[in-house]
Design a protein around this ligand. Structure first.
Ligand code: AP5
Length: 219
């Protein structure tokens, strides 16, 4: 399964990508996570990336394309992968098409998680993650089973993303509409795009998604 999850910041791409990755036993390739790892390394590139990300802008296509080009040829992607956060511009989508043609592995599906803008700010401002294993939670929509304890690893330490302030989220949303939304007609033309109701509760979005993937596999 080679899948792209598209949608604005806070649409639920990461949440759903984790669930599909477990179901299909394939890796989630989250460009946001890759960039945050580089920032955390303290490298000079990481410092440049941090400045761009905290302003709510996009990192350059050249950097992003090189990152994904190196990642999708790794062994663990042989059975497939889920792209979460890439492509984000038409230039990145065109480069991805070329990469997949080169390795002879076409996409199976492009899924849009459609969510209204006003719901996104609430989702993002309530989001937090386990500082130990990275499992994602939400103050209202996805609490750990035991308050203050990670369901997956038992850690009691949590963190919030630096770019999840209301001000930065608003800029990220503006950039989404200007630079990433044009990917919807781009993938519509390929016949691979399916839009799901991302406003539904998490488990219902997962059910819609798994059913769309079954249909894509059968096609
Ligand atoms: P990135 O990390 O990719 O952020 P994003 O796309 O803005 O998406 P988010 O991670 O904020 O949201 P999500 O859709 O994954 O939602 P989640 O599942 O967490 O990118 C960060 C930055 O890196 C970018 O701004 C840019 O600077 C740079 N970057 C990354 N990729 C790039 C690229 N290709 N090119 C250039 N720059 C790039 O859900 C959000 C919250 O809502 C969670 O708390 C969750 O529990 C909750 N939730 C999820 N689904 C539901 C639901 N159905 N109902 C209720 N709550 C829900």
């Amino acid at each position: 399964m080679r899948l792209i999850l598209l949608g604005p910041p806070g649409a639920g791409k990461g949440t759903q990508a984790d669930l599909v990755a477990a179901q299909y036993n394939i890796p989630k390739l989250s460009t946001g996570d890759m960039l945050r790892a580089e920032v955390a390394s303290g490298s000079s590139l990481g410092k440049e990336l941090q400045a761009v990300m905290s302003s709510g802008a996009l990192v350059s296509d050249d950097i992003m394309i090189a990152l994904i080009r190196a990642r999708i040829v790794r062994e663990d992607c042989a059975k497939g992968f889920i792209l979460d956060g890439f492509p984000r511009t038409v230039g990145q989508a065109q480069a991805l098409d070329e990469m997949l043609t080169d390795i002879g592995c076409p996409l199976n599906a492009v899924i849009e998680l459609a969510v209204q803008d006003d719901a996104l700010v609430a989702r993002i401002s309530g989001r937090y993650a386990c500082a130990q294993c990275g499992a994602g939670y939400h103050d209202r929509f996805k609490k750990p089973v035991t308050d203050g304890v990670c369901d997956l690893c038992g850690s009691t330490q949590f963190s919030r993303r630096a770019d999840d302030s209301v001000e930065t989220v608003t800029k990220r949303l503006t950039n989404y509409h200007a630079q990433t939304a044009p990917l919807l007609p781009y993938y519509q033309r390929t016949g691979l795009l399916k839009s799901l109701d991302g406003m539904a509760p998490i488990h219902e979005v997962t059910a819609q998604l798994l059913s769309a993937l079954k249909a894509a596999e059968a096609a």
